[in-house]
Design a protein around this ligand. Structure first.
Ligand SMILES: Nc1ncnc2c1ncn2[C@@H]1O[C@H](COP(=O)(O)OP(=O)(O)OP(=O)(O)O)[C@@H](O)[C@H]1O
Ligand SMILES: [Mg+2]
Length: 889
């Protein structure tokens, strides 16, 4: 419905913008909504609150109406009347979601004046206020709905200078408003004054306050009074493309507008709206409604769980900026101080994003680091946003508790999954009730962790932990057991559905698909690298060790298999890493009794006698050989492009760094040792087009989450983590907004080894049921059966690709050009409901989806990808998938 039609529906509006109260009521409701297209708009002047003596009219004014309405109706009657008004209003508003009317029926301002309200409005005899009244000439007045008590016929006769009684106030008709001003809505936006009837666009512009003027500074009485009197939206809610927040309903007003301020539209700064993607606009609206307590009665928490790179930061910045300058009640800002807690590497990224979107003047940001302590923030009224790392938060908790924060944002908040860990307890201890968790990784899987997150943002919403367990967790878990009866299954499903429904009100997740259209193509490759001869020999030896044999017989303690797994993983990265570990252990005094001794026994004999780990060669590791060739071909074919090289291990990064040095590649590095204060600088340096760095060495543990590394367009994941979320996080660093080049992602796996097994676990159903879908999970959390261990500790020497063997694929391994993955339903968006855990939707990629990727052996003749062509010699198999394919890559 267009704007004209909407006005036709709610014609007959009388409205006051007193600065202290902002009320609207409907004089009538149209039967068909179409009767009136043109009306008479009259500017009214409110003289004062009517004293009982005046209720019969002012004898000095003529002609006059005698109000048939009672001046002090009972609250119940008024609420009942209000409800019917609200219904009318809602009907009208619902017909047009975008155009939110300026005029809300208000409980306390109009129909139910409170003491404060009356006091605020009654400024004495000289106090005058202007009203706009649109009176239809064709419709009839529905007395039950108008709230005025006047009949339409009486209203039709209104002329300039007449007085009437509305809501216990004496009103004087001041003049006629032009249909243009009415249609544009301008007349409803003014704080008062004759400018309301000016229809020039200049006058219209003036009516919006300077968006960059700080409204928080209003301290003096005079300022306050002025601000109330000139209550108006900060930005034009009727401007094309304006993003207007939902107006609070009567319950909300009843709860949160005790002072009876006028309701003002909260409008997102057009400067920001210009850049926002559609999903971001939706996200900001969602966050606003959550923190304002509009979604769940009185609860002000939210979880924004958009996938990586969707701009959660910008959505929060828009929210902060809006709430810091605006509010629905009298325009008063909702938030004065905001606390943002984020991983160390992202502290300065947040600051940078604030500056990127809002410049340096609008909001004053304080970031905590070694040189900038929290005290500085607490002492200065200057700053409104504090950005701090989780680690620093713990250290400065006492000072932070002394500050009253109105909004708390926990970035990468999946780490708050356990209420007993220090960080979570610290954050819970902060009194701020508007809490937002941001996370790009799934937030469920474990029902208890799910509870912790939910209970953090909206404390108590699921009841106590013990009640939650009884009501939700137990029935849900029981219903999923194979032995569950039909009744138990049904109950579990119903509870799960209810839980999803309840929490879904304040959790929002969108998948990367929503920004695909803004991004360049992405070419993902899984590259199965043939192990080197030394690697195979060492691998065999390890598998034959006493430690592995004992593990398989279940003779060793629970954690022993982890040592074996660790050794195999090191070997896959490079034999010299294993060599280093053995040397280190040997020099340790406990070596003789350690389990490692059983594992490493005789291993040194497999290494050449003069083996020197410092002089390692590329040929000793299949993956390193591939990497080295890959870097060379990128350098050659795309000299202007850069590479992000990711590993989970610092020692592996040392080797990769050495490779860079040997080949003369300029590099930069970010790992756990990099001081927080330097991290953003390193990132910025790499992203700059003037940087000469070719390679960014990244530790996924230190910098896998949140970083923007769009300077690189090739990302190589050198090793694999048990947790797919870790890998996905790392891979999402380059394919993000701002990326100019097609993105190439290479995931290197050593053929036939444990790396393939981990990959299979990541993408198989087994991985799904194992608790490895969130970042806090490591292999320590995984329980392996003896069967699983047997599988893990097997080397498949003759297969090109065990993963392909398992796919049950009909192809002979000869360039299977599977359907594009995009054709398959990728239903990753449903991460929220515990009952959805059963579906594939939690996984980034499933076995069946992988099967749809293009795949072929390394020796395939027609490799069209020049990068793969160059490395094929050391590769046994490829999987490839292209997203957003345009023309040539
Ligand atoms: N509307 C937009 N237009 C252009 N760039 C944008 C827009 N929104 C976000 N960006 C940019 O996209 C990049 C990714 O955004 P951001 O870091 O907020 O993602 P995120 O959702 O927090 O991802 P992650 O989960 O990885 O932390 C940033 O460089 C940001 O400035
Ligand atoms: Mg982020």
């Amino acid at each position: 419905m267009d704007r004209g039609a909407w006005w036709a529906t709610v014609h007959g509006v009388a409205k006051s913008r007193t600065g202290l109260s902002d009320f609207t009521f409907f004089l009538m409701e149209l039967e068909g909504g179409k009767q009136k297209q043109q009306g008479r708009l009259i500017l009214l002047n409110m003289r004062r609150s009517a004293a009982p003596s005046q209720l019969q009219g002012n004898p000095f004014k003529k002609p006059k109406f005698i109000s048939p309405a009672r001046s002090h109706p009972s609250p119940n009657e008024e609420v009942a009347k209000l409800n019917s008004d609200i219904k009318l209003f809602e009907v009208a508003a619902n017909k047009n979601n975008f155009l939110q009317p300026q005029n809300d029926p208000r409980t306390c301002n109009f129909n139910l004046p409170t003491k404060e309200c009356a006091k605020g409005i009654n400024h004495g005899d000289n106090y005058r206020e202007k009203y706009c009244l649109e009176a239809s000439t064709k419709t009839t007045l529905d007395l039950h709905h108008t709230g005025t008590g006047y009949k339409l016929k009486e209203l039709e006769k209104i002329e300039e200078g007449q007085t009437m009684m509305i809501g216990g106030k004496e009103i004087e008709v001041m003049g006629i408003i032009s249909p243009d001003d009415f249609n544009s809505g301008r007349c409803f936006q003014f704080g008062g004054g004759c400018s309301a009837i000016l229809s020039s666009s200049q006058a219209a512009k003036k009516c919006f306050s300077n968006p960059f003027k700080s409204v928080c500074k209003l301290s003096s009485k005079e300022n306050k009074q002025n601000s109330f009197q000139s209550c108006k939206p900060r930005h034009d809610p009727y401007a094309p493309n304006s993003l207007v927040m939902l107006r609070p309903d009567k319950n909300h007003q009843w709860l949160f507008n005790k002072n009876c301020f006028p309701v003002v539209d909260v409008v997102i700064d057009p400067h920001l709206v210009y850049y926002l993607r559609p999903h971001q606009k939706e996200g900001i609206t969602f966050l606003y409604e959550c923190v304002m307590g509009m979604r769940v009665n009185g609860r002000c928490g939210a979880i924004l769980a958009d996938e990586m790179g969707l701009g959660k930061t910008l959505q929060c910045i828009s929210l902060i900026w809006t709430l810091q300058c605006q509010g629905p009640y009298g325009g008063k800002p909702i938030v004065k101080k905001t606390l943002i807690v984020t991983p160390g590497s992202l502290v300065n990224n947040w600051k940078k994003e604030f500056q990127k979107w809002l410049g340096i003047e609008r909001i004053k940001i304080f970031t905590v680091d070694q040189d900038h302590k929290v005290e500085e923030f607490t002492k200065s009224p200057f700053y409104s946003v504090l950005i701090i790392s989780y680690e620093m938060l713990l250290r400065s908790l006492d000072q932070i508790k002394n500050v009253k924060f109105d909004l708390l944002i926990c970035d990468e908040g999946h780490r708050l999954k356990n209420s007993t860990i220090k960080t979570t307890t610290a954050l819970i201890s902060l009194s701020c009730e508007k809490r937002i968790i941001l996370t790009g990784t799934p937030v469920q899987n474990d029902l208890q962790e799910f509870f912790t997150l939910i209970d953090f943002v909206n404390p108590g919403i699921l009841g106590s932990l013990s009640a939650y367990r009884k009501i939700y967790e137990e029935p849900i878990i029981i219903s999923r057991q194979p032995s569950a009866s039909e009744e138990e299954r049904e109950l579990g499903e119903q509870r799960a559905a209810e839980l999803t429904c309840l929490t879904g009100l304040f959790i929002l997740r969108r998948t990367q698909e929503v920004i695909n259209q803004y991004l360049p193509p992405k070419i993902e490759n899984v590259v199965f690298c043939r192990p080197g001869a030394l690697q195979i020999a060492l691998y065999r030896k390890l598998l034959n060790s006493q430690a592995v044999r004992f593990c398989l017989q279940g003779l060793l303690e629970n954690t022993s298999h982890l040592i074996c797994i660790g050794a195999l993983k090191k070997l896959c990265n490079h034999p010299c890493l294993l060599f280093g570990s053995i040397k280190e252990k040997e020099s340790n005094s406990t070596w003789d009794e350690s389990e490692e001794r059983n594992l490493y026994e005789g291993l040194m004999n497999v290494f050449p006698a003069d083996y020197n780990p410092i002089m390692f060669t590329e040929e000793e590791s299949g993956k390193l050989q591939v990497l080295s060739k890959l870097l060379a071909v990128i350098r050659e074919l795309r000299p202007a492009e850069k590479v992000v090289l990711v590993s989970n291990y610092t020692r592996t990064l040392d080797i990769l760094q050495e490779v860079c040095k040997r080949h003369g590649y300029a590099y930069t590095r970010l790992d756990g040792q990099t001081p927080i204060s330097q991290r953003q600088q390193i990132v910025d340096g790499f992203n700059s087009k003037y940087s000469s760095d070719f390679i960014f060495l990244l530790s996924s543990k230190a910098g896998g989450v949140g970083l923007n590394l769009i300077g690189g367009s090739h990302l190589i994941l050198y090793d694999i983590d048990w947790n797919p979320a870790t890998d996905i996080q790392a891979m999402s660093r380059v394919w993000r907004d701002g990326q100019k080049h097609p993105v190439h992602i290479y995931r290197l796996l050593t053929t036939g080894t444990i790396e393939e097994k981990i990959y299979q676990r990541q993408i198989s159903k087994q991985g799904l049921s194992g608790a490895v879908v969130d970042l806090s999970k490591t292999s320590d959390h995984i329980q392996f059966s003896v069967e699983e261990l047997k599988n893990l500790f097997t080397l498949h020497e003759s297969s090109h690709c065990v993963t392909h063997d398992l796919l049950d694929c009909e192809c002979t391994g000869e360039n299977h050009t599977g359907d594009s993955l995009e054709k398959l339903p990728v239903s990753r968006n449903c991460q929220l409901g515990p009952h959805q855990q059963k579906s594939d939707s939690l996984k980034p990629l499933s076995m069946s989806q992988l099967k749809q990727w293009r795949h072929f052996p390394g020796d395939h003749l027609n490799l069209t990808d020049p990068f793969l062509e160059r490395i094929r010699e050391n590769v046994s198999f490829f999987f490839q998938n292209i997203t957003n394919q345009t023309t040539a890559i």
